[in-house]
Design a protein around this ligand. Structure first.
Ligand SMILES: NC(=O)c1ccc[n+]([C@@H]2O[C@H](COP(=O)([O-])OP(=O)(O)OC[C@H]3O[C@@H](n4cnc5c(N)ncnc54)[C@H](OP(=O)(O)O)[C@@H]3O)[C@@H](O)[C@H]2O)c1
Length: 312
């Protein structure tokens, strides 16, 4: 069962119908690096400001607070899209991984469960990869979660084309990932990966869509020029650019005014020329590299390897 991804609406009303038929809001709140005691309030503020999509991960160590923020908001569970992710040292313990996330989030199910990285790291030594296991085995286990109902949709993250090919061509793979969540912003636009995913009915979500913390992107002269033309903040422009490319966007903020501002995307849009200008920014910058993992996951297919590309 895999149908082409469809898009409806614009701005904060953008909804992507995934290859499973599920409808995912196009704008969500990111929560990576959101400090304890900040993320609960951020999630509550976002939901009260109208966000209906929250992105978290077991690895962020904040699922319990995210769950509390969801409760505090008073927004009914069924109106919220919740994404969380299986952490690398949990690849052989998929059932336990999702049980831990659901317990902390105080939820019965997540709308989307992602394999955070294509790296099956040994829990006792995170610099080691299992000899007898890889991400295709993890995916085979994740597929079972659809039967239990604990995950309504499953997907991957940080998958480049070659790893997607490996996954899709594996005989154990019965389910096409609904989503590939990858780093996407004008300094890392990866058009070939987006095109490849589209050809396989996989929706792309843009992470670090603002260029992440202390982003050099926010000072880019093309971005500032477009922001001035439309009379919006550089961050609002980056979010519209992401939506214009048919990717969902999950900006992170713990600042109430920014959370609200990042959701003011209705009633205006970028012209095709402005989208093209932003897509043509030549500088390359990568937020998330793979040096901390036991395996390479980026292979310079689109200038996406850390070698030669500055990253945090
Ligand atoms: N799958 C993965 O491997 C992966 C990797 C990275 C990220 N992600 C997901 O993607 C989300 C977003 O990526 P990200 O956290 O790397 O970075 P981001 O959303 O691109 O940028 C976040 C940074 O921008 C600041 N910011 C937000 N809105 C702003 C505004 N209107 N004006 C000025 N600054 C603003 C935030 O500051 P304040 O918070 O201080 O306001 C924060 O420092 C993450 O939170 C996470 O959920 C996933």
């Amino acid at each position: 069962m895999s149908q082409p991804v469809k898009r409806e609406g614009s701005g904060t009303k953008t909804v992507f119908t995934l290859n499973t038929g599920a409808k995912m809001p196009g704008v969500g709140l990111g929560t990576w690096q959101s400090k304890p005691n900040e993320v609960r309030e951020a999630v509550k503020s976002a939901l009260q400001a109208g966000y209906r999509h929250i992105d978290t991960a077991l690895a962020y160590g904040n699922e319990a607070e995210v769950g509390q923020g969801i409760k505090d908001s008073g927004v009914p569970r069924e109106q919220i899209w919740v994404t969380t992710k299986l952490d690398n040292p949990w690849h052989k313990r998929v059932k336990e991984g999702i049980a831990s996330s659901l317990k902390d989030l105080q939820l019965d199910y997540v709308d989307l469960y992602l394999m955070h990285w294509p790296s099956s790291s040994v829990p006792e030594d995170l610099k080691k990869h299992y000899d007898d296991w890889n991400f295709t085995d993890t995916w085979a286990e994740m597929q079972k979660l659809l039967e239990t109902g604990q995950a309504k949709n499953i997907g991957v993250s940080n998958f480049v084309i070659s790893n997607l090919e490996k996954l899709l061509n594996d005989p154990k793979t019965k389910v096409v990932p609904a989503v590939n969540q990858i780093e996407l912003h004008p300094n890392m636009p990866s058009p070939k990966t987006i095109e490849y995913c589209k050809s396989k009915n996989i929706h792309c979500t843009a992470y670090s869509c603002l260029g992440s913390t202390d982003s050099p992107l926010s000072k880019d002269k093309t971005l500032l020029k477009v922001a001035e033309e439309v009379g919006k903040t550089p961050q609002q422009v980056l979010l519209q650019w992401g939506l214009a490319r048919d990717t969902s966007v999950i900006p992170k903020s713990v600042t109430a005014s920014r959370i609200k501002g990042n959701f003011e995307l209705d009633g205006w849009s970028l012209s095709p020329e402005q989208v093209k200008a932003l897509s043509s920014i030549p500088d390359r910058f990568k937020v998330c590299g793979h040096d901390w993992l036991p395996v390479k996951v980026f292979f310079n297919e689109e200038g996406d390897a850390p070698e030669g590309v500055p990253s945090h």
